[in-house]
Design a protein around this ligand. Structure first.
Ligand code: BF8
Length: 626
């Protein structure tokens, strides 16, 4: 059968062309140039950390005698540490905001979800606080203690991970202490003349995966929910054409939704005044965009690859970036227009951008200032240079927090919501669950890997759960658009979705379920834990797989190690930089399975990857006797 050509999002294509014509360099241009120069780089084992070297493209051992396998493992630990630090830094920032809200120094946010606060507070074994504010302070202090303490497992891990996993991690020697000491020791073990045991190093990477989850992602999701609201089903639009030619366009970009929330409020206030015209159009980008999409229904302009393209519309007044995934090149793109780029975090400045530091105690004031700045900058827009392709944005239904998912299932069977999902997995209407997460890559046609992979999974009745930028491209191919015909969805899966939709008064569910930003991978573990607990089996026995078909950020590496340590078969579209060592590749893709029940699997071709993931799901079903 002749394969149909993959249809790339036409808006992205059109704006790439425009960027080229205007001399605006995009990620695709830089990718081509750099990759052309270093296409063999992924095969190299290079150590740059001591002055005996650098030992470049080591064939057997470095000057110090470190074997190639160790260099490769050490570099992987280094990359994992960076990714982990990013998420722990995120957790720390929002824990400080929660504490400020509790202490009364931060007034721009409030406890929006006292029930969730109380649930987590009690889940942590805390008691005695008689007000929400006191609970907030205590909870924030415990989370900050989890991040900093020298000994003892983080309370979040003890609370969230299943006991069986915690015991296994302890037995295998990877049960972690506080987040920062773990990160420090990870750096320590890769110093010159330190850890030269491949398995020990790679188990160290697994440790970092746990740090990322329980000192980074979980704290972030939990606190975002408590302060900004637990997401509920919400309808939004996605795509670069949510940028509107006749409006003042302000992009919120990065990962932490605190300042964006204040910006959205300030924009609403500005727009409510009938004297003010044109109106301000706040749109989202990367994971910050997903956070405000989930909770505030803010339309989503684009993912990591599209940041220059958004600016190339010539219709962006302001880009406000907090942390992570901001390509410094947006400053160059902005220099072609009137667009101003604002950085807001002291660890994430960009040369050529304006830095306005975020201070939670002044969030409302800063939010207003930024909206005013966008309004003022509109006067500088050259309308002859503004260009937005003539395509409608895409519909997307998001907002599936764990709580929302359980509530939706509860409408089918109030006394047993998890049982609804479990029954459908057991009877085979849902063959299994695939968590498809992570970024988008410039390596091949935009979105090709994700979209083709997911189409194949849902056609085979595998329920796909999304977090992160991969959901963007999925939405451009209507994989997040509710459609009662359930196009492309396997008949049995479609029937299940339809029953759940109808029970909730919805016309349809989307073909895939969007659970939020990358930190919201924590929500996925909550769902898996609930299902494993219900069935009284281990996570590694469930017909569940994970995939990061287009991962690019370092943060994906610890997430991958966490998934594998949870016992999940984890597909990566690209291999991390480990190809120079067959031993390391074998450990990651085979040996680790004997320890935790999960392993990595690398495959760039989405059809082959989907086939393998379905095969694993079927094997697990067989082993469970379902
Ligand atoms: O935080 S924004 S490019 S790193 S997926 Fe990937 Fe996108 Fe970055 Fe995950 Ni979220």
């Amino acid at each position: 059968m002749k394969k149909e050509k993959f249809a790339v999002d036409p808006v992205t294509e059109e704006l790439r062309k425009r960027a080229r014509e205007m001399g605006i360099r995009t990620v695709w241009d830089r990718y081509r140039e750099n990759y052309a120069r270093s296409k063999d780089a992924p095969l190299q084992a290079t150590c740059m950390t001591c002055q005996q070297g650098p030992c470049v493209d080591v064939k057997t051992e470095g000057v110090c005698g470190m074997k190639k396998d160790i260099i490769v493992s050490k570099n992987l630990v280094s990359e994992t540490t960076i990714g982990t630090s990013a998420h722990v830094g995120h957790g720390r920032r929002v824990a400080n905001i929660l504490r400020g809200v509790g202490e009364g120094t931060v007034t721009a946010y409030s406890i929006k979800e006292p029930e969730k606060l109380d649930r987590i507070y009690r889940g942590f074994g805390l008691s005695g606080a008689n007000t929400d504010k006191k609970k907030a302070v205590e909870l924030a202090n415990v989370i900050l203690d989890d991040i900093s303490k020298l000994t003892g497992a983080p309370r979040m891990l003890v609370y969230r991970a299943l006991e069986e996993r915690r015991k296994l991690w302890e037995e295998k020697g990877i049960l972690i202490n506080g987040g920062c000491p773990e990160i420090m020791e990870a750096q320590n073990r890769i110093a010159m003349g330190m850890d030269a045991d491949m398995e020990n190093l790679l188990l160290g990477a697994c440790r970092l995966g746990l740090v990322d989850a329980y000192c980074g992602m979980y704290p972030a999701t939990t606190i975002h929910d408590i302060l900004l609201g637990i997401p509920n089903v919400i309808q939004i639009k996605t795509g670069l054409t949510v940028i509107e030619a006749d409006k003042i366009n302000l992009i919120v970009h990065g990962h932490i939704p605190a300042l964006p929330d204040a910006i959205v409020r300030a924009a609403e206030e500005y727009n409510a005044d009938s004297k003010n015209s044109p109106k301000v159009n706040v749109v989202g980008m990367c994971c910050t965009g997903m956070e405000v999409l989930m909770r505030r229904g803010v339309n989503y302009a684009g993912d990591i690859l599209q940041q220059e393209l958004a600016i190339a519309t010539g219709a962006i007044e302001l880009v406000v970036a907090d942390i992570q995934c901001t390509q410094p090149a947006i400053v160059d793109a902005a220099s072609h227009f009137h667009t101003k780029v604002i950085t807001t975090d002291p660890m994430s400045k960009i040369e050529g951008a304006t830095h306005i530091e975020f201070d939670a105690e002044k969030a409302d004031q800063i939010g207003k200032e930024l909206v005013e700045m966008a309004v003022d900058n509109y006067a500088n827009r050259d309308q002859t240079k503004a260009y937005i392709p003539k395509y409608e944005p895409h519909d997307m239904l998001g907002g599936f927090s764990t709580e929302q998912l359980v509530a939706a299932l509860g409408k089918v069977k109030p006394e047993d919501p998890v049982g609804v999902l479990v029954d459908q997995i057991k009877n085979g209407n849902i063959r299994g669950v695939a968590a498809v997460i992570g970024c988008v890559t410039p390596r091949d046609e935009y979105g090709y890997r994700t979209v083709e992979l997911v189409r194949e999974l849902i056609r085979n009745n595998v329920l796909v759960i999304f977090t992160g930028c991969v959901a963007t491209v999925a939405s451009y191919h209507d994989l997040l658009k509710p459609d009662p015909m359930y196009p492309g969805v396997g008949e049995n899966l479609a029937k299940v979705m339809d029953v759940i939709a109808k029970a909730n008064g919805l016309e349809a569910l989307p073909p895939c379920i969007f659970m939020g930003a990358c930190v919201d991978n924590s929500r996925i573990e909550e769902v898996l834990n609930a299902v494993a607990d219900y069935l009284k089996v281990r996570i590694d026995q469930l017909p569940v797989v994970a995939s990061a078909p287009e991962y690019i950020a370092e943060k994906a590496i610890p997430i991958g190690f966490w998934a594998v340590s949870l016992g999940i078969f984890t597909h990566l579209g690209d291999q991390p930089n480990v190809a120079a060592s067959d031993r390391v590749v074998k450990w990651l893709t085979e040996d680790v399975e004997k320890i935790f029940g999960g392993k990595f699997y690398v495959e760039a071709d989405p059809h082959a990857a989907a086939g393998k993931m379905i095969e694993v799901i079927e094997e697990k079903r067989k082993a469970l006797g379902i």
